[in-house]
Design a binder for this molecule. Structure first.
Ligand SMILES: *Cc1c(COP(=O)(O)O)cnc(C)c1O
Length: 420
């Protein structure tokens, strides 16, 4: 073997890594001096909870987010899962109701209806966007269907106009799960303003993080907002000055965010747009290098909507390499192994359709051919690309993809020989 070939040997087979050892995965979230100051401000104030007299961090975050999204109201809550639960409960979902959710999402989307003793009904996704297919949604509707929860998966807005049209025709409430899509615009309107209500997560892993757990519910409907606000506070109605009468008028939870989490996110929000712009740039550069690799399907931004690039999902398409579709899954497995050996932290996101999670046993699901194919032949890059300074590391990751692809003949043989 010549010198050049030896240097190019796959790390998986003993060659040198394309991403040099010691290259740190870019951290997320980034914590700045301003974030520390914001948290310290709360510690110094002694006003830790929403109930503390004179506490302003939580309302400050809610007002800023409502304004950004372009709706009248925002309620900050404990996390993105309870946010979905409360939004569904506030539109009247309860025992016996059915809620259509996409079969490819985080488990929380399906758990929320279960907590209300409603039934999640899992519908297939669209192969181009990985979001709920409007046709599959319509096919899943029964006389008991009362709500649909489209998820803007990985940061790409779902087909909201088509979904809303179906929902309106059948009298079904639309609750957006925007946990992965902060700050994205769909056909001129912000995600979070496209249904009856919308939910966001502020989990430390998301594009708009807190230093722990948090969530936001947005709505333009004042009556709905009042129910949401009561439901996070034991079902109580607070007076304008925040005082309580300790009377629970509707079923509620204790699902409030605390002042430290709110202050941290407010501080992150100050630089959110700048960071999202930098992220958009380095992700697009990265994907431009990956796009020409035969048999690799990279995520696409669509002309009528933005992309938060929360997660980058890449599919292996063996047919583009002259093989049968059944080779795509084994190819994905061997490509992941090779990339990880080169130093690229790829992983899978969801190993089964939600309907197959043990917790959802007995819940109805439509035919899920697209969900199944996508789960089988795709892998993801998570977190590493969120840091606004991740550009140079992504260049090394792209080197690794190109190197792995130079060995595609070998990898195909390994995949088809059964090596996983
Ligand atoms: C993260 C996430 C949630 C849940 O948010 P938490 O704050 O972790 O409870 C819900 N839906 C989707 C799509 C998510 O990615």
């Amino acid at each position: 073997m010549s010198e050049g070939r030896a240097m190019d040997r796959l790390a998986m087979l003993g060659g040198a890594r394309a991403v040099p050892r010691g290259t740190a995965m870019p951290e997320w979230p980034v914590v700045t001096a301003a974030d520390r100051e914001a948290v310290n401000r709360v510690l110094d104030s002694g006003k830790f909870t929403a109930m503390a007299s004179g506490e302003r961090e939580i309302a400050g975050l809610e007002e800023a987010w409502a304004k950004r999204v372009g709706v009248r109201h925002c309620a900050a809550v404990a996390n993105g899962t309870i946010a979905i639960q409360i939004a569904l409960a506030a539109v009247g979902i309860g025992p016996g109701d059915e809620v259509v959710v996409p079969a490819l999402s985080f488990v929380a989307t399906g758990l929320a209806p279960v907590h209300l003793q409603a039934t999640p009904v899992f519908a297939d996704i669209d192969p181009a966007t990985y979001n709920l297919s409007p046709a599959a949604f319509e096919a899943a509707i029964t006389p008991r269907t009362r709500a649909v929860v489209p998820v803007h998966l990985h940061g790409l807005p779902a087909e909201m106009d088509a979904i809303r049209e179906v929902a309106e025709r059948h009298g079904i409430a639309v609750i957006e799960d925007a946990a992965q899509a902060h700050g994205v615009v769909y056909r001129g309107r912000h995600v979070g303003s496209l249904g009856s209500a919308a939910t966001f997560s502020l989990n430390v892993s998301k594009n708009l993080p807190t230093c722990g757990e948090g969530g936001l519910v947005t709505t333009d409907d004042t009556a709905l907002y009042e129910r949401i606000a009561a439901m996070r506070q034991f079902g109580e109605t607070l007076a304008k000055d925040g005082t309580r009468d300790y009377i629970s008028r509707i079923m509620g939870w204790n699902a409030k965010i605390n002042a430290i989490q709110a202050a941290f996110t407010r501080s992150q929000l100050e630089r959110f747009d700048t960071e999202q712009m930098q992220r958009d740039q380095h992700v697009r550069t990265f994907l431009t290098r990956l796009a020409p690799l035969p048999g690799l399907v990279v995520p696409r931004a669509l002309p009528d909507r933005g992309h938060a690039w929360h997660i980058l999902r890449l599919r292996c398409d063996a047919t583009a390499l002259g093989r049968t579709p059944s080779s795509s899954g084994p190819l994905r497995a061997i490509v992941c192994r090779a990339l990880r050996a080169e130093g690229v932290p790829v992983s899978r996101y969801q190993s089964m359709p939600l309907s197959e999670q043990p917790v959802f046993q007995g819940c109805p699901a439509g035919e899920l051919p697209v969900t199944r194919a996508v789960i089988e032949d795709s892998f993801t890059l998570q977190k590493a690309h969120l840091n606004p300074a991740a550009g140079p590391v992504l260049e090394r990751y792209a080197d690794a993809f190109e190197k792995v692809w130079r060995h595609m003949d070998l990898l195909i043989r390994m995949a088809e020989g059964g090596a996983r």
